[in-house]
Design a protein around this ligand. Structure first.
Ligand code: ADP
Ligand code: MG
Ligand code: MG
Length: 902
């Protein structure tokens, strides 16, 4: 082998040569088999062919030089150790060939057991097993079946049919009723199937079986299902897979043999205590394939107490060694226990938290490691309410699970009705064909939102996700008739006031009320569950880990909140300020009238009147928010959307005018509105007259808002409270824009604030690429930057979010142009670079410049890590995302040597 050639790469590792940290090279399965071997656990001897060999094979299309010789050498030493030769007719060594990449991946080649059997060695195997013909032929038929299916792509059903056929002829359902002759007959049938599909006889040469199986494992790296899975899970495409060649041990040797799987704790709840299944007289996947009824692992104690006790000892040992929940696969051959696999086991979100807490209690890990072991996605999952679907409930429709959670309530079709009924204490579901900004109050009031149109990125979906509110969108079986206040679905007619239930995770819609289970984790965050005084292990653990995350994190976490109620909830969830208070809603609802007056104002006087009427209303809103935040910073964004968003749609106005004219009514106002809407029409509203541009064009608009903010702060302070306002100017692209707004704002603030002691910061959003690139200049006029990552992403990529997500994102995701929508997780290479530049140049120009981010990315786990790394001071996200951001900010701050969390 390689001994004489020092530069030849080592492609094959004996189990004794590896360890658990070599997953990149040996794959997960191989690394852990090596680890168990070195722990002295009973692992059947074997070796691992590295991912490097696989990569070399995949790039050149042939096995790399030296691989064959290295396999030969390791096989020889295995044969020596076992005292048998592969496929020896008299006393065959048999092996399994098992794939094993760094991350376990469905779609990869399955295992081939019993490699080395052929028409002659099957007899030898029987003799060695004391004349157990049945066992030998069962093993042989399994080899042909697995080899045929996974190595040669023979359709698996054909083998299954043949097996069923024999069982039927025999009048049984149980494979244990088949005797040696039946199985010998089955082997013949299998061979015919094999020959028919492959055009060749089943290979009798053991070494050829082995080589073909190894090659098939390599090839399976590029199987379609594997490629799709990698894309979905964002697993790099170039890792390659290792191949494990393992001496066979036999669980199908009789009633004193068997095979099983187990977890060292309950992977569903995290509860301590073993958890597994065992199947006597069986091989390989029988135990999970459901071909016979398995028994709970505990029953093994009756069957084979020695093995059972040994297994428990090994499981305890593994937990202590891996310091985590492990899952294992094992086989018992005539009373001797063999370990065939272990790995750190998958678990539910709840179990992840519970187990991390337990392991800290047990002294196996510290709190840093516990924090590393859980993540924001899991926490988010634990915060959604759920349906209790133990009753018989049939969905009537299925849309898109646009914003997770579970909600039941009376159906309403308008925002106004939603607000009305909610005020009476009713739970309501707002049903619309699609929603628009005018539905905001109704959406806030509703328990859930159901639309018949639009995808995951429709207005309803995006807003609902932002609010943490359950939403099913695009349930296109629904025929929604808003004027008639009803919708039909199939034969059902659902009218206003009827109760429906929607599941924002599955997208399912139910008639009637499905009972909802509240999430105990939300109860905890709401302060309704005392973590020091509950026997709920999940809540105790969440509390402990959150406390540690808060202590560890550098990033502050603020919230996006537009109302006092939102602000209050966000504070309970741990928000340390408001990073984005939008003022748009302050122009909606019954204030529309005033906005229309403002827009239609024919002279300076009219406009001033309208603004003067808006001022006290806005001031009252701000007072409520400042009180709620009690001295925590509140960043108020001056009005941002194009003003025509506050006017009725063109078509509706045109109809109104026509109808009113028909009736001979006075249409002067409608006509004026219609003219305004026509005049204000924009081809590209997102790039049009909005943000700071509005402030510079409409005299008095920003001034009114600045005054309302400053007066509110002063009022709160005069009342003995605290207020810490930060005024944020949207859509700035040039420092001159900001300077102009700033000059006026400073004048007003100075006038209002007087000697009250109130301090008002003035800063800007960085959401136009030009702003990021001229951040050094802009910082001269800004006390803080807040990155508006939604707009920055839109403008950075040059696509309009509302249009592109439905139109072509699916294709981009399919092609791997992005692994995840850049609206969900920050595009670190492009948009992230703009943020980096702006942060650096901004801080260089103004040391101490406060940097934050608002927008949905602020609550996205991966993005939070990026913002931490770039050195921002805070992230701001919707109230429900605040705990997620706290947790991830904590995780970003700790460094651990911990295991891969995938
Ligand atoms: P997977 O990755 O799908 O779990 P494995 O390679 O672990 O595939 O193989 C599946 C099952 O095959 C194992 O759980 C074990 O029961 C059986 N098996 C694999 N190798 C051997 C072996 N050398 N001896 C006995 N059984 C084996
Ligand atoms: Mg396995
Ligand atoms: Mg914006």
């Amino acid at each position: 082998m390689a001994a004489h050639d020092p530069v030849e790469q080592k492609y094959v590792y004996d189990f004794a040569e590896g360890n658990k940290d070599l997953k990149d090279l040996l794959g997960g399965k191989g690394a852990n088999l090596a680890e168990m071997t070195n722990l002295g656990l009973p692992v059947p001897p074997g070796f691992t062919i590295t991912t490097e060999a696989c990569k070399a094979y995949l790039t050149t299309g042939r096995e790399p030089d030296g691989l064959a010789a290295q396999i030969e050498a390791h096989l020889e030493s295995l044969e020596r150790e076992m005292g048998r030769r592969l496929g020896d007719p008299d006393d065959p060594l048999l092996v399994s060939v098992r794939s094993g990449a760094k991350f376990s991946m469905p779609g990869m080649m399955e295992t081939v057991l019993n490699v080395g059997l052929n028409d002659r060695s099957v007899v030898g195997l029987s003799n060695q097993a004391g004349g157990n013909d049945r066992f030998a032929w069962d093993s042989y038929r399994r080899l042909i079946q697995m080899f045929g299916k996974t190595v040669c792509e023979v359709p698996g059903e054909e083998f299954e049919h043949a097996l069923d056929e024999i069982k039927r002829a025999k009048g049984t359902h149980n494979d244990l009723d088949l005797d040696a002759d039946d199985l010998r007959g089955l082997v013949d049938a299998y061979k015919q199937i094999f020959a028919k599909h492959t055009g060749r006889e089943f290979p009798q040469e053991p070494r050829e079986q082995l080589d073909l199986a190894i090659r098939a494992v390599f090839d399976s790296w590029n199987a379609e299902r594997a490629i799709l899975y990698r894309r979905q899970e964002r697993i790099p495409a170039d890792l390659g897979t290792a191949v494990n060649v393992v001496t066979m041990v036999f669980g199908n040797l009789g009633p004193d043999s068997g095979t099983g799987v187990a977890f060292t704790r309950d992977p569903g709840s995290g509860a301590q205590g073993i958890y597994g299944d065992y199947l006597a007289n069986a091989q390989g996947e029988d135990v999970v394939a459901g071909i016979r009824n398995t028994v709970p692992l505990q029953e093994l104690e009756q069957l084979d107490k020695t093995s059972y006790d040994q297994l428990l000892g090994i499981m305890a040992r593994l937990e202590e060694h891996y310091k985590d929940l492990c899952d294992i696969e094992f086989t018992i051959e005539r009373g001797k226990l063999w370990m065939l696999q272990t790995r750190v086991g998958k678990r539910t979100a709840a179990a992840a938290f519970v187990i991390a807490g337990q392991l800290v209690d047990e002294g196996l890990i510290d709190l840093d490691e516990a924090l590393h072991r859980v993540n924001g996605a899991q926490l988010a999952q634990l915060m959604f309410p759920r349906f209790q679907l133990d009753h018989e409930f049939e969905p009537v429709a299925k849309g898109i699970g646009a914003s997770p959670g579970a909600a039941s309530g009376k159906v309403v079709f308008t925002s106004a009705r939603a607000v009305e009924l909610a005020a009476e204490g009713e739970s309501v579901i707002l049903v619309r064909r699609e929603t628009n900004p005018d539905d905001l109050n109704g959406m806030i009031a509703a328990k859930g939102i159901l639309t018949s149109r639009g995808g995951k990125t429709s207005h309803a979906a995006v807003v609902a996700r932002g609010m943490g509110k359950t939403c099913v969108s695009g349930a296109d079986e629904l025929e929604v008739n808003v004027p008639a206040k009803k919708f039909t679905v199939g034969d059902h007619v659902v009218s206003e006031g009827d109760v429906v239930s929607i599941d924002g995770t599955t997208g399912k819609v139910y008639l009637g009320e499905v009972p909802v289970m509240p999430s105990e984790v939300v109860q905890y965050f709401e302060g309704e569950l005392d973590p020091d005084n509950t026997d709920d292990a999940l809540v105790r653990s969440v509390h402990r880990i959150m406390t540690h995350a808060d202590a560890a994190r550098r990033l502050r976490v603020r919230t996006n909140a537009d109302t006092g109620a939102d602000a209050a909830r966000a504070r309970r969830f741990g928000a340390e300020g408001i990073g984005l208070c939008r003022t748009e809603h302050m122009f909606l609802g019954d204030r529309r009238e005033l906005v229309e007056r403002l827009i239609l104002a024919s002279g300076e006087r009219d406009r001033e009147d309208a603004l003067a009427a808006l001022l006290p209303l806005q001031r009252a809103d701000f007072i409520e928010i400042f009180r709620e935040m009690d001295g925590l910073p509140v960043t108020v964004r001056l009005i941002d959307p194009p003003l025509h968003e506050f006017l009725p749609p063109l078509e509706q106005l045109a109809v109104n005018v026509a109808v009113a004219q028909e009736r001979g009514e006075d249409v002067a106002k409608e006509e004026a509105l219609l003219a305004a809407v026509r005049r204000m029409h924009e081809e590209n509203p997102m790039l049009g007259l909005r943000g700071v541009r509005l402030g510079l064009v409409i005299p008095g608009l920003f001034a009114m808002q600045v005054r309302a903010i400053a007066e509110a702060a002063v009022a709160v302070v005069r009342d003995g409270g605290k207020a810490c306002p930060e005024i944020m100017v949207p859509l700035v692209g040039a420092v001159q824009e900001l300077e102009t707004v700033r000059a006026e704002a400073e004048r007003i603030i100075a006038e209002v604030v007087g000697d009250s002691g109130v301090e008002v910061l003035i800063g800007t959003m960085i959401e136009v690429p030009r702003a990021a690139l001229t951040a050094g200049q802009i910082a001269e006029a800004a006390e803080f930057f807040s990155f508006g990552t939604n707009d920055l992403t839109q403008m950075g990529w040059g696509f309009s979010r509302d249009d592109v997500e439905g139109a072509f994102f699916w294709r981009y995701l399919e092609l791997g142009i992005f692994g995840i929508s850049p609206f969900e997780s920050i595009d670190t290479d492009g948009v992230g670079r703009l943020i980096r530049i702006a942060a650096e140049e901004g801080r260089a120009a103004r040391p101490g410049l406060k940097l934050g981010v608002c927008g949905e990315h602020g609550g996205d786990p991966d993005s939070v890590h990026f913002f931490h790394e770039v050195g921002l001071d805070y992230v701001s996200c919707s109230p429900f995302r605040v705990p997620v951001a706290r947790l991830e900010a904590g995780r970003a701050s700790i460094t651990t040597t911990g295991s891969d969390s995938r």
